[in-house]
Write a protein that binds this ligand. Structure first.
Ligand SMILES: NC(=O)c1ccc[n+]([C@@H]2O[C@H](COP(=O)([O-])OP(=O)(O)OC[C@H]3O[C@@H](n4cnc5c(N)ncnc54)[C@H](O)[C@@H]3O)[C@@H](O)[C@H]2O)c1
Length: 364
């Protein structure tokens, strides 16, 4: 154990990429875990600034990054336009976008001077896929990489940890043990949340729109259910689908007093725009109590991914993920790719894993 983290794998990858002639724009979480990586990166590349993703921003991290570069702080739905403006204002530059969320996808056809984007998350990967016809530049994605999957169970633990923290703080020091928890999705994040909850002796049910995932959940020991039936009995509902897993007209089926939690991205999981018109009481940003169609229930962190309330800290795996994002740049810049979406090749993943394993391997 050490009080400061060793991020040497990441640093060596940053130093070895030839980025001359390119200007970088980061659309990033200004969170504690990202902080050392972003800071190092900004010192080593020509950059036009950082667009902060609002739900993960920590004031001390923003303060620190602002000493190095310009920080843009648009509202979530203004981020695409903010990226467009930065590109317009720097029309003589060849721009590389470093993305967590695919925010540039919907304005991609307007970004003439972007030469490459790299993407960290599934949500971003899907955003680019849904806008492939607009792409005028290649996107190298790590979202579906083998190495990226290694973080899923840690994210699952972080989501459950933050849920427990809210139960303690607002629900008479309660915990998940014995609670009926409905998890919406059995994908990478959803299945990890299920396993983490089970270890804490929660009573877990699963709904996924994909029958293959429902079958997998069943054979991995979980109760599979119909969504509407389970909504009416669950004490806690955790959406991890990356899509809207509960429609507004389904809220009337929710169990009175239930807690709704998102473990996915942005505000996609629940129709928060409409839910917020029904708030009866709120506890700062962490918890809203709402009344919809005669049902009283709670929604955590304005429908945003709950683990960002506690910085979603993930230890060493974070270095692997940041190193992989950096390798996406290396691959993208040297491969002369046409506009389209490309997965980071396995050899880049293996090279990072090799360095990490060498650091960790036990010497007997
Ligand atoms: N909170 C975090 O820190 C964090 C970290 C990584 C990824 N994410 C986000 O979590 C989301 C899920 O990512 P993933 O890697 O698990 O994706 P995934 O593709 O592995 O899983 C998604 C699952 O959701 C299911 N699904 C889709 N629509 C559904 C619906 N309406 N109801 C129920 N199930 C539905 C799919 O069938 C699939 O099994 C993405 O938005 C991703 O970006 C969040």
């Amino acid at each position: 154990m050490s009080l400061s983290s060793n991020i040497n794998i990441f640093k060596s990858i940053v130093r070895n990429i030839d980025t001359s002639g390119y200007s970088f724009v980061f659309i990033f979480h200004l969170s504690e875990n990202n902080h050392p990586y972003l800071k190092y990166w900004l010192q080593h590349v020509d950059n036009l600034g950082v667009v902060s993703i609002p739900y993960s921003e920590l004031p001390n991290v923003r303060f620190s990054i602002e000493k190095t570069t310009k920080v843009y702080t648009p509202a979530l739905n203004e981020i695409p336009n903010c990226i467009f403006q930065i590109c317009q204002d720097n029309s003589d530059k060849k721009i590389v976008l470093v993305e967590i969320g695919g925010y540039s996808a919907q304005v991609a056809h307007l970004l003439d001077n972007v030469v490459l984007a790299v993407e960290d998350t599934n949500q971003g990967h899907w955003n680019f896929e849904n806008n492939t016809d607009k792409l005028t530049f290649p996107v190298v994605s790590m979202a579906q990489a083998h190495l990226k999957k290694l973080e899923d169970h840690l994210i699952g633990d972080s989501i459950v940890y933050s849920t427990q923290m809210l139960l303690r703080k607002y629900f008479k020091q309660d915990y998940v043990l014995g609670k009926r928890v409905l998890v919406l999705s059995y994908g990478g994040i959803g299945s990890s949340v299920c396993k983490s909850l089970k270890a804490l002796k929660a009573d877990v049910s699963v709904y996924d729109i994909d029958p293959l995932k429902q079958a997998q959940a069943y054979f991995e020991g979980f109760r599979i259910v119909k969504k509407i039936d389970a909504l009416s009995t669950a004490n806690i509902i955790i959406g991890c689908s990356g899509k809207q897993s509960i429609k507004f007209n389904e809220l009337r089926f929710i169990n009175n007093g239930a807690l709704l939690v998102s473990g996915s991205s942005k505000q996609v999981e629940f129709p928060y725009d409409k839910i917020k018109e029904h708030i009866v009481r709120n506890q700062g940003v962490e918890l809203d109590e709402v009344k919809v169609a005669g049902k009283n229930f709670f929604i955590a962190y304005k429908g945003q991914p709950i683990n960002f309330l506690h910085d979603s800290a993930l230890g060493d795996i974070f270095e692997i993920q940041m190193s992989l994002l950096c390798s996406c740049i290396e691959y993208g810049l040297k491969s002369k790719l046409k506009p389209g979406i490309y997965n980071i090749p396995i050899e880049y993943q293996r090279a990072i894993a090799k360095q990490y394993v060498e650091r960790k391997i036990s010497r007997i």
